[in-house]
Write a protein that binds this ligand. Structure first.
Ligand code: FES
Length: 142
C-alpha cells in the first residue's frame, strides 16, 4: 500500500513539474511574440500646444511616445519609430534633402522609414497621420 502511495505522489509531483515547465515555456514564447509585435498606437496631439508648435514648421520634428513626428518640406506629416533599427539611437529628420538620419553610425531612411544607407537593414515602423485643424492623430497601420 505504501509503495502505491509513494508512486502516486511521485507521479503527481512529476505532473505538477511538467505543468509548471510547460507554463514557463508557453509564457516565454508569448513574451517573444509580443516583443516582435508592432505596438498599437493611437493618440492625438494639438499642434497649438507649446510642446508641439515646432511641428507646424516645415522640417519641424518631435519625439512623442517614442515616435518621430515630423513635417516634410511639402507640409505633409510623417510618423515613424523614433529609434534606429540598427542600435536604437534617437533618429533625426533632415528637411533638405528629405531623409531621416541616425547620428550614431550615419545610416539613413526615407521619410517613410525605408533604409537607404546602412548599417541598418530593417525599415522603421511607419504610422499613419491625419490632420484635422490643429489636431494631429497618429495611429497604427492596421
Ligand atoms: S544606431 Fe543607427 S546607424 Fe548606428
Amino acid at each position: 500500500m505504501r509503495l502505491y502511495l509513494k508512486k502516486g505522489a511521485t507521479f503527481v509531483f512529476a505532473m505538477i513539474r511538467y505543468a509548471l515547465l510547460f507554463a514557463l515555456l508557453f509564457t516565454g514564447t508569448m513574451a517573444c511574440r509580443n516583443r516582435d509585435a508592432v505596438p498599437l498606437v493611437d493618440f492625438t496631439i494639438d499642434l497649438n500646444q507649446p510642446d508641439y508648435q515646432d511641428l507646424q514648421l516645415f522640417g519641424g520634428q518631435k519625439l512623442v511616445n517614442n515616435i518621430l513626428l515630423f513635417r516634410d518640406g511639402l507640409g505633409n506629416y510623417h510618423a515613424v519609430s523614433g529609434y534606429c533599427s540598427y542600435d536604437q539611437c534617437t533618429l533625426e529628420y533632415q528637411v533638405s534633402p528629405d531623409y531621416i538620419t541616425c547620428p550614431c553610425h550615419t545610416c539613413r531612411y526615407t521619410d517613410d522609414g525605408a533604409v537607404t544607407t546602412g548599417p541598418a537593414t530593417i525599415a522603421l515602423t511607419k504610422y499613419l497621420t491625419t490632420l484635422n485643424g490643429t489636431y494631429l492623430r497618429v495611429y497604427s497601420v492596421q
